[in-house]
Design a protein around this ligand. Structure first.
Ligand SMILES: Cc1cc2nc3c(=O)[nH]c(=O)nc-3n(C[C@H](O)[C@H](O)[C@H](O)COP(=O)(O)O)c2cc1C
Length: 343
């Protein structure tokens, strides 16, 4: 049976999940590697040049690592629906002098070709994909170049489709996960199920090594996912407050704010379902938000940047998984030690 060492080249079954938008830093990845775990860099929302610089830095550090890429699987939104939503949220931008009502409906592929060129040219130990299955030729090329290739799946059907591509393993992400759900069908995300059940279903369906992700709130959850057959466990939210993570101040403060009482899956910020701490923006707009990615991501981005800078947690996407109460500010070495204590 493939174990964590065969798949990722490390011995500790704790993996720092890719977290685009700031939290994933080379410092965080290095600290996780030094602690004996494995870490992903997040290529999402970054230029190929920026990703190349991070890869060079991690390579020099000598620990194995992975790079996570968004597959361009756009979720369309009509101009009429987009305009309706832009009009609706326009008052949110007014305090920051932003004119959201006239924003363009932007479509982009997050530098897909440039990132793949980079990963083919300068192979990294592991490449993972989310937001859908990558083309089979991409999987083949990256594996030929020497990388292990993983795909995030949220249920057994997606797992079977990814297995058909010839990938090395799967990230089984439950709906309890913080941030975007990696589902291939954003209009109909899979029914929530406990992480150990998802691991059993995905591993049973494919026979591939599975990394579990979603809702981990402490070492007990790690142990349960491993007992269900996972070879390792991705941890995202629990690392958001780590000293080495790049999580912004407003997000950090909200995670520690006892008044924040729940997480919800919402498309209000980006047009794709993602789990976040409930805040006023979600309360006001979630029910009216259309699907539409990356159009809604680009629409709300200036607002979120302004809100983050102003300490305005009620207009910011506060990505968090259901285990967020277990997050605490500490060096990564301590957090990883806690997570592996029950093993
Ligand atoms: C702030 C944040 C950003 C994320 N960005 C990405 C990303 O760039 N790529 C990805 O595949 N998953 C992303 N995720 C999902 C994580 O990789 C992982 O599946 C999730 O954090 C696991 O659930 P947990 O947060 O409950 O531990 C993100 C999650 C968070 C919290």
């Amino acid at each position: 049976m493939t174990g964590i060492r065969d798949l990722l080249g490390v011995d500790l079954p704790v993996v720092a999940a890719p977290m685009a938008g700031g939290p994933s830093t080379t410092r965080l990845a290095t600290a996780v590697g030094t602690a004996g775990g494995f870490a992903f860099l997040a290529a999402g929302y970054r230029t190929p040049e920026a990703v190349a610089a991070e890869i060079a830095e991690l390579r020099a550090g000598g620990h194995p690592f992975g790079v996570n890429v968004f597959v361009p699987t756009p979720v369309p939104v009509t101009e009429a629906e987009f305009r309706r939503y832009a009009d609706r949220i326009a008052p949110e931008g007014a305090p920051y002098g932003l004119d959201l009502a006239t924003a363009d409906r932007v479509a982009d592929d997050d530098h897909w070709d440039g990132k793949l060129d980079l990963l083919r040219r300068e192979p990294v130990p592991v490449v993972s994909f989310t937001f859908g299955p990558p083309p089979a030729a991409v999987v083949r090329d990256l594996r030929r170049a020497g990388s292990r290739v993983l795909v995030t799946v949220t249920g057994p059907e997606e797992a079977a489709a990814a297995a058909d591509l010839g990938v090395d393993g799967l990230v089984a992400q439950s709906g309890a996960a913080g941030g975007h759900l990696g589902t291939f069908t954003p209009a109909a995300p899979p029914a929530p199920r406990p992480l150990p059940d998802l691991v059993r279903q995905v591993a049973g369906r494919t026979g591939l090594p599975v990394l579990a992700a979603g809702g981990v709130g402490g070492g007990r959850d790690v142990a349960d996912a491993l007992a269900a057959g996972a070879v390792g466990v991705l941890v995202g939210t629990l690392l958001l407050l780590a000293d080495e993570s790049g999580t912004g101040r407003t997000h950090r403060d909200a995670l520690g704010d006892p008044a924040r009482d729940r997480t919800v899956v919402t498309r209000a910020f980006t047009g794709r379902p993602a789990r976040a701490l409930r805040n006023r923006f979600v309360e006001r707009h979630d029910a009216a938000a259309p699907l539409g990615y990356p159009a809604l991501h680009h629409l709300t981005r200036p607002l979120r940047v302004a809100a983050a800078g102003a300490g305005d947690a009620d207009r910011l996407h506060l990505w968090a998984g259901t285990g967020w109460r277990g997050a605490r500010a500490a060096p990564v070495a301590d957090l990883v030690a806690e997570l592996t204590r029950p093993l």
